[in-house]
Design a protein around this ligand. Structure first.
Ligand code: FEO
Ligand code: CA
Ligand code: CA
Ligand code: CA
Length: 508
């Protein structure tokens, strides 16, 4: 049973101290291998690993914990764009976009996701640079839309769209495909002069094991600044996907499929992501509110400032999810980032990273309890599980991961412009924290890792044997004053330019 499999775990490492060192600092006895860096070759065709790695997900090959595929999101370029496209975003006037079409093509290619084949050989994790699985899904790749908004007027009639970008975090499905979340797509649209804004802000499904598969954007899961997905099952087999919208005063959502999951159906279970109900949370009432145009009068009656109906169909509701959530009285939250389901008790952990508008500078982690442990239930209760701040030692929680014993692993995302200054000074660089969810150390954070200067450790993902923790080192060297004076030289040292990439941490 669960009790036998999940023995209570103690912190097995000596916590590190906050530091501003330009290194990925780990506790004694742990080490990291750099698995892939921006620009690395990932297949025989010569495709290359994208920029600003984020979410990672390891998919074993033949059940191995030492050989598999790694999906990696590539979120954005920011001021480091110069190294990718040659466009000097650091000094450019944002109102005067002079990117050439060749620069825009490089920009879009560097974002999206990579599928790479990785293997532990002679004690070291390595990238297979001529893998038959190696593939880029980028801002230039063809995608299909599924679900109620596909082909609708709300998306300009589109059933096929070009590209994915702003891919922040994500999740894995029960049928071994990847869900990658389009988050802050607006800035990419502005930078690349794209016109079809409604084609972005979706959850994208990719099958890493089928190099010819066309990625899908599932419109039934709504359109907003998606952070990640946490997929689980209700007792009756309905699929449930928890999701956050990472912006000040945005909402927490869950999707409940109409049909039920069946293991023997395999990849055809993807259809469950095309038909179902999207809910948004009201924390004051402890209720999930269905964003169902046909049934919800508040949606039918909602008007804009000129008195025009905001929505005339379910497709409108899905495309304009934020307006729909507001219209039904959902609770505005302090930037909901990752949501993850506890592997033992099924409670749902939510990172609220911060909201300076409300004076919430350090963020917190909320724990939601579905009524009767039923993820399809329309009622819930919640508690504040842990709060960021000088006393707890962490600030701005972002991605979450559980180990099988139910310990929480939390990464922090103090923005590179605030890091190591003002109220954030004592926290040092961003880090990775370990927080037990039961026992005498319940809720107490211990620091496991510290990121290089300017960086954020994103996308924590354990191999099935939990002897390797994959993570990205995102945006090292960000918050630059000039390209001539880099603030980080990770990982190559010397006078090298910092490169974002993925590491494999071992020693567990
Ligand atoms: Fe891209 Fe919400 O962090
Ligand atoms: Ca994130
Ligand atoms: Ca973040
Ligand atoms: Ca970030």
């Amino acid at each position: 049973g669960l009790e036998d499999k999940h023995k209570p775990a103690k912190v097995k490492f000596k916590p590190i101290q906050a530091t501003n060192k330009d290194e990925l600092v780990l506790p004694q006895g742990y080490k990291y291998d750099v698995v892939a860096l921006y620009g690395d070759k990932i297949n025989a065709k010569g495709d290359t690993f994208g920029f600003n790695a984020d979410f990672t997900c390891f998919l074993p090959i033949e059940g191995s914990s030492e050989h598999g595929l790694l999906w990696v999101n590539h979120e954005y370029l920011g001021e480091l764009e110069y190294y990718v496209t040659g466009y000097d975003a650091l000094h450019a006037d944002p109102k005067n976009n002079t990117r050439t079409s060749a620069q825009i093509e490089k920009y879009l290619y560097s974002l999206g996701g990579s599928i790479i084949e990785v293997k532990k050989q002679n004690g070291k994790w390595t990238l297979i640079s001529d893998s038959k699985y190696g593939r880029r899904v980028s801002g230039l790749t063809k995608h299909t839309l599924t679900g109620p908004a596909a082909g609708s007027a709300a998306v300009g009639g589109a059933r096929e769209v070009t590209g994915t970008f702003a891919n922040c975090s994500g999740g894995v499905t029960l049928w071994n495909t990847i869900l990658s979340c389009e988050e802050n797509f607006d800035s990419v649209i502005a930078d690349t002069k794209l016109k079809d804004e409604t084609h972005y802000g979706w959850v994208v499904e990719v099958d890493p094991f089928d190099p010819n598969s066309i990625p899908k954007k599932h419109t039934a899961l709504g359109r907003f600044s998606h952070e990640n997905t946490a997929m689980t099952l209700a007792p009756n087999g309905q699929l449930v996907v928890y999701m956050g919208d990472d912006a000040n005063d945005q909402y927490v959502y869950k999707y409940v499929s109409r049909g039920s999951y069946s293991k023997s159906t395999g990849k055809a279970n993807a259809r469950l992501l095309e038909e179902g109900t999207l809910y948004v949370a009201n924390f004051g009432k402890g209720k999930w509110i269905a964003l169902d145009y046909g049934k919800n009068e508040a949606l039918q009656k909602a008007v804009d400032s000129t008195g025009k109906p905001l929505f005339t169909s379910q497709a409108d509701v899905l495309v304009k999810c934020r307006e729909a959530a507001k219209a039904v009285g959902a609770t505005a939250m302090d930037r909901p980032e990752d949501l993850e389901v506890h592997p033992i008790d099924g409670s749902v952990f939510i990172s609220l990273t911060n909201n300076s508008k409300h004076g919430n500078f350090y963020g917190q982690i909320v724990r939601l309890f579905p009524k009767d442990n039923n993820h399809a239930a329309e009622e819930f209760t919640f508690e504040i599980f842990a709060a960021g701040g000088p006393q707890s030692g962490f600030a701005a929680p972002d991605n979450l991961a559980f180990d099988s014993a139910g310990n929480l692993w939390v990464v922090t995302d103090i923005s590179s412009s605030s890091m190591n200054s003002g109220i954030y000074k004592t926290f040092g660089n961003n880090g990775v924290f370990f927080i037990p969810t039961s026992g005498s150390d319940k809720g107490v954070a211990a620091q496991f890792a510290s990121a290089p200067v300017g960086a954020e450790m994103t996308g924590p993902w354990f191999a099935p044997d939990e002897k390797t923790l994959f993570m990205s080192v995102q945006h090292p060297g960000e918050n630059l004053e000039s390209y001539e004076a880099p603030t980080s030289h990770w990982p190559k040292g010397g006078t090298s330019i910092a490169l974002p990439g993925v590491v494999a941490i071992t020693g567990f």
